[in-house]
Design a binder for this molecule. Structure first.
Ligand SMILES: [Zn+2]
Length: 454
């Protein structure tokens, strides 16, 4: 019996008997298909947690709950053969779960909360009464934007040598959202292939207008125009903005010097160092370094990495006392910014109506689950260890004979990601939703009492 046959059976896919050798041999072929997804949605996808998140406390019994809240949220499903279904909404978690299990979407996207029930949208569309009113502030960072500054992969691919670019983006953006904007409820999610998504879920963030979203994006923005040219880098003014100084000293410089410089071999060959030398505004200095490096493949001290030696030489020349020009001193920082600073897809963040893939979806091309990333330990995140759809089904198969008292989910490698999602993100978020609801309700109550006593 092939495993595909067993998967067709839906609920019962474990190997009969308790022959461990047989179980170990029960390899689930890699891949992504509707049968695999059915098992995933049936046994592993955290429907209840996702719906709790989307309800933001409005599913409780408190008199201040807005039961229409979650009904006004748009979901969209991408079905097999790229059939795209928009404007889906669900009244409760059972509807949500049943629909996912039935439709088996290849991708689930989350859109905004609209002004009216999605079911009534046609009646309101004419007068402009159907508009987005709330949406998480979202960020999308895609590795393909970094092609000019990485040499290991290009386009849709990513590996452990270029992944530090994503680590840098998470660190810079997460710190800034918390320290400069005061947001607390931030979820980072692996996109399943080549990037990361960020969901800022504080109520203050969800209620930002498109205009306010644009100004937050502008705050992060240091590139203008095409991304791979120093001329387009605008670290405006003679003094760096404190946020850029902090990003540079705490994150960018360290990751550039300790990771990317050597892993990407940024100064190892002529075509690569030439690209960096072209960024130096003083041609005589660039020529001097070029002369020093040309034909000198091995350094005098062979123990040290060639890239590190050359970077120290470049820094020495540009930052030595001889160089009076502010522009030349700034040049070292500019090179680091160009090679490390996060490259945001700005359009995604600016508009409330943008859809974004839901966490815990499975990427159809890679079979990897879009798991949350802990921003406080993001340097430990390794995309090559992320659970895959087929791997999870295999884990379910293997653990079939073990204790039934344990929840199926917790027995798989997805379990720790779901636990993290709950404890780090969902529970604190729902606690603060409840507190906000309570205090706004009490304020209203007080107000009506005051007006009565008049
Ligand atoms: Zn790579």
């Amino acid at each position: 019996m092939t495993i595909e046959k067993k998967l067709d059976g839906g609920d019962d896919m474990q190997i009969d008997g308790c022959d461990s050798e047989l179980q170990r041999a029960s390899k689930v072929p890699q891949g992504f298909n509707a049968d695999y997804l059915k098992v995933y949605y049936g046994k592993l996808f955290p429907c209840a947690d996702m719906f709790k998140w989307m309800s933001y406390g409005n599913d409780g019994r408190h008199p201040a709950c807005d039961p229409s809240f979650v009904r006004r949220r748009e979901f969209s499903f991408t079905l097999e053969k790229d059939i795209y279904v928009r404007y889906l909404s669900f009244n409760n978690v059972t509807e949500f779960e049943n629909s996912i299990k039935k439709e088996c979407p290849f991708k689930i996207d989350i859109g905004p909360v609209y002004s009216v029930d999605l079911a009534k949208r046609h009646a309101y569309a004419q007068g402009g009464g159907f508009t987005p009113v709330e949406r998480e502030l979202i960020f999308d960072i895609d590795m393909s934007e970094y092609d000019g500054v990485r040499y290991c992969c290009s386009g849709a691919n990513a590996c452990s040598d270029c992944w530090p670019l994503m680590t840098i983006a998470i660190k810079v953006i997460d710190t800034t959202l918390r320290d400069d904007f005061g947001f607390n409820h931030i979820l980072w999610v692996y996109s399943g292939r080549r990037g990361v998504h960020c969901w800022v879920c504080d109520s203050r963030a969800r209620r930002l207008s498109n205009e306010q979203r644009s100004s937050i994006v502008k705050y992060f923005h240091v590139y203008k125009g095409s991304e791979n040219c120093l001329k387009n880098l605008s670290l405006a003014g003679p003094v760096l903005h404190p946020f850029l100084v902090r990003s540079y000293t705490d994150v960018l410089r360290v990751h550039f010097e300790e990771k990317l410089l050597c892993d990407q071999k940024l100064l190892a060959s002529e075509d690569r160092y030439q690209k960096i030398l072209e960024l130096i505004p003083d041609k005589s200095i660039a020529d001097e370094l070029h002369g020093k490096w040309q034909g000198n493949r091995r350094s005098s001290n062979a123990k040290e990495d060639l890239n590190v030696i050359r970077w120290e030489q470049l820094k020495h020349v540009l930052q030595s006392g001889k160089q009076k020009g502010q522009g030349l001193r700034r040049c070292v920082e500019e090179i680091v910014f160009l090679y490390t600073y996060p490259r945001l897809d700005m359009e995604v963040s600016k508009h409330m109506s943008h859809l974004l893939k839901a966490p815990f979806c499975v990427h159809p091309k890679t079979g990897l689950v879009c798991v949350p990333i802990d921003p406080t330990h993001c340097e430990e995140f390794d995309p090559s260890t992320v659970p895959t759809l087929s791997g999870l089904l295999e884990e379910l198969n293997m653990s079939g004979a073990k204790s039934e008292s344990l929840n199926e989910l917790e027995r798989t490698s997805l379990g720790k990601y779901i636990k993290f999602f709950r404890s780090y993100f969902l529970e604190p978020l729902l606690k603060s939703c409840k507190e906000e609801m309570e205090s706004s309700y009490n304020a209203k109550l007080q107000q009506s009492k005051d007006s009565l006593s008049w």
